[in-house]
Design a binder for this molecule. Structure first.
Ligand code: ARG
Length: 254
């Protein structure tokens, strides 16, 4: 474990010589800063997770980010900004949380939940992110983004960062994670070299790519992994295509 973590941090040290000019501190391991407005569907949740705006009043996140189903006014959603401390930030309070009734731990799948906001968010700074309803986009290159740790064990971030990661096929991912529930999981990352990944605090946020029309579509929800960005261990994301019908049906009841 110490050796693997050393490789992650060691790689970072190689690209940050002592005399280098200051660079934006990356969130998402191996990431770069997102531009204001680039991903207007990104949501930061006050319990320390990410999310995506699914409808103007509903945030899609991970089941492991919430504690159950029912009335819940304890969560604050921050939207519309890459800088969480920006004066332009939009905040909305939760009223209700719906956790996948089948959830029993992220490794078992079903890692999705919906958070209803007190009122619909209407702002030019914000947009919804459609979810994929088919497996057609469960391949290729995915974009990940979040305010989570920039290194394994590191601090949460003020500025949204982003990265791209390639699809990892089920057999390769199950080789890294024996017993992986492949119907529930979509894996992504650089298996051989590591170095780019989501990390703690990115959970619940979307993994997305462009659809045939060039629009962003959500294919994954940040769920789990062994450490962050370790060689040999891709990130595991909730396979949205498996749960799209359940998500839509649940949202219709909120
Ligand atoms: N479970 C983590 C969270 O709650 C996300 C971990 C993602 N890990 C990874 N290696 N992709 O924030």
């Amino acid at each position: 474990m110490a050796l693997l973590a050393g490789l992650v941090f060691g790689a970072g040290a190689l690209v940050l010589p002592a005399a280098a000019a200051p660079v934006p501190s990356p969130t998402v391991v191996g990431g770069t800063q997102a531009a204001q407005g680039e991903f207007p569907f990104m949501v930061r949740l006050s319990m320390g997770c990410g999310g995506a705006l699914y409808t103007p009043q509903i945030v899609l996140t991970a089941a492991h980010c919430v504690s159950g189903t029912g009335a819940d006014t304890s969560i604050t959603a921050t939207l519309g900004v890459v800088d969480l401390n920006s004066a332009s930030a939009i905040t909305a309070q939760s009223t209700y949380v719906y956790q996948s009734p089948a959830f029993s731990g992220a490794e078992n799948g079903n890692d999705w939940a919906l958070i209803k906001l007190a009122s619909p968010v209407s702002s030019d700074l914000v947009a919804t992110l459609p979810i994929t309803t088919s497996t057609a986009y469960d391949n290729g290159t995915f974009t990940i983004a979040g305010w989570g740790a920039a290194t394994e064990g590191g601090d949460q971030q003020q500025y949204l960062l982003k990265a791209t990661v390639p699809y990892v096929d089920d057999a390769t991912c199950a080789n890294a994670y024996p017993g992986l529930v492949t119907s529930a999981s979509l894996c992504a990352g650089y298996v051989d070299q590591g170095g780019v990944d989501t990390c703690q605090g990115d959970s619940g946020g979307p993994m997305f790519r462009q659809d045939a029309a060039g629009r962003w579509i959500q294919v994954g929800i940040v769920s789990w992994g062994n450490g962050c960005a370790r060689p040999g261990y891709p990130g595991v994301y909730t396979k949205v295509s498996t749960y799209a019908a359940d998500i839509a049906a649940a949202a219709a009841t909120l």
